[in-house]
Write a protein of this length. Structure first.
Length: 338
């Protein structure tokens, strides 16, 4: 009798272990890799909520292993290949960190294209689906978005007129912003955003292009003093595009119920949501000293604002020209110090 009881106990234990092993085998762990520190808006308000949502909706059959601040290895520029090759399952990154590789999606990084992150991000998703899927082979794009209107920040020298750009070494965010800075007379220096604070401290660069939502995440307010931007009613100086991307083979390997969870938490809705989240730091940012652009010179009052100093940025059919003379005959912005 004792032997039979023992056999039954062993069998029960074996069945329990088999059940645990089966449950573990069904659990899917997505290795999610990004460049932001854990205190950053992107980590706390985008990555963590997304991972919580897919865990909840999958009944904890799918969860994330989050690797923040490039702790999984490599550089931010390598993330697009890491997810394509299956080294990472999911990444958040900027296609612009690999200049010239995603020329179709670069359309949203042209100067003076957007002035509203939510609207532009929704447009970017639609544009991606219609024209740019071929640029992301072996990759399932879950969301595309752009940050809020971009501008230039400096520390030692305020940019209040066109000539102030000359000779400055300014961090560029993409190939198109590199062209922009060159036309302005600055020396563009390409680098991912995590390297900017150190470069500013060491004097490697004199300023940087970014958006208000990015500044607190990397403590860039501690290394910058002046901020020059375009008026909110006009298209911004530049913007940068982001992607939330998943390895296609990893997605294809998921059972149907888990694919539905991923599909639920991706697409145009997610793109707009991330863009809206990015605008939240703006009230804090607006309190800082800055140089702002007014509408075009044709609508500037005849009596100039006291103390204003004009800085003209002009758009022409040949892309961009940057001369005060051209401003009198074309569409332009008039910058002033306030």
């Amino acid at each position: 009798m004792a032997l039979k009881v023992r056999i039954v106990q062993v069998a029960a234990a074996a069945l329990t272990l088999a059940g645990v092993a089966s449950a573990q085998a069904q659990e899917v762990v997505l290795k999610l890799h990004h460049m932001w520190p854990t205190v950053a808006m992107g980590h706390k308000r985008v990555v963590e909520p997304w991972c919580e949502a897919i865990a909840k909706d999958s009944g904890n059959k799918m969860r994330c292993q989050i690797l923040p601040a490039m702790t999984g290895g490599g550089s931010p520029a390598q993330l697009v290949d890491r997810v394509k090759d299956g080294v990472d399952d999911v990444v958040l990154t900027l296609p612009g960190y690999t200049p010239g590789r995603f020329p179709i999606m670069e359309a949203f990084e042209l100067p003076f294209m957007t002035n509203n992150a939510e609207v532009a991000s929704a447009a970017a998703w639609d544009f991606y689906q219609k024209y740019a899927t071929k640029e992301f082979t072996d990759t399932k794009i879950l969301a595309t978005w752009v940050h809020d209107p971009g501008f230039v920040s400096t520390s030692g020298k305020q940019i209040a007129k066109m000539a102030d750009f000359r000779g400055l070494k300014i961090r560029a965010a993409s190939r198109q912003s590199t062209k922009l800075l060159s036309r302005l007379g600055a020396t563009p220096v390409g680098m991912p955003i995590p390297a900017v604070a150190d470069a500013m401290t060491k004097g490697t660069i004199d300023g940087f292009l970014t958006a208000w939502e990015i500044i607190p995440s990397f403590k860039l307010q501690e290394v910058s003093k002046f901020h020059t931007e375009i008026d909110d009613n006009r298209p911004s100086m530049f913007t940068a595009g982001f992607v939330f991307a998943m390895n296609q083979a990893k997605y294809d390997s998921l059972p149907a119920d888990l694919k539905k969870v991923i599909d639920k938490h991706s697409g145009g809705g997610l793109s707009r949501t991330i863009a809206v989240i990015g605008t939240k730091p703006l009230p804090w940012a607006r309190k800082r000293p800055r140089t702002v652009a007014t509408p075009s010179s044709r609508s500037v009052p005849k009596r100039p604002i006291a103390g204003s100093r004009p800085l003209h940025l002009c758009m022409t059919s040949g892309w961009l020209t940057w001369t005060s003379a051209a401003c009198r005959a074309s569409k332009c912005c008039r910058m002033r110090v306030i």
